[in-house]
Design a protein around this ligand. Sequence first.
Ligand code: FES
Ligand code: FES
Length: 80
Amino acid sequence: MADPVVASRVPFPVDVEAGKSYWWCACGRSQKQPFCDGSHKGGPFSPVEYRASATGKVWFCGCKHSGRAPLCDGTHKTLA
Ligand code: FES
Ligand code: FES
């Protein structure tokens, strides 16, 4: 399986609303980071749903290599 594109080497802070769904870009090709804009089409990646359980700020992974995607787990610090 191909590696995702590193869209950003830092996470994206986003204010989310409880109960709302957000579609995180897993491929790294979206121009609307950290969310999917359909650019994954034809490739091996699909967007990942994040359903907010609470209203507040969350940190979406920008590097696309997080072990707990769609949220950042600090893996971006270890990328070459
Ligand atoms: Fe990246 Fe859709 S554009 S998953
Ligand atoms: Fe991807 Fe932090 S931005 S793990």
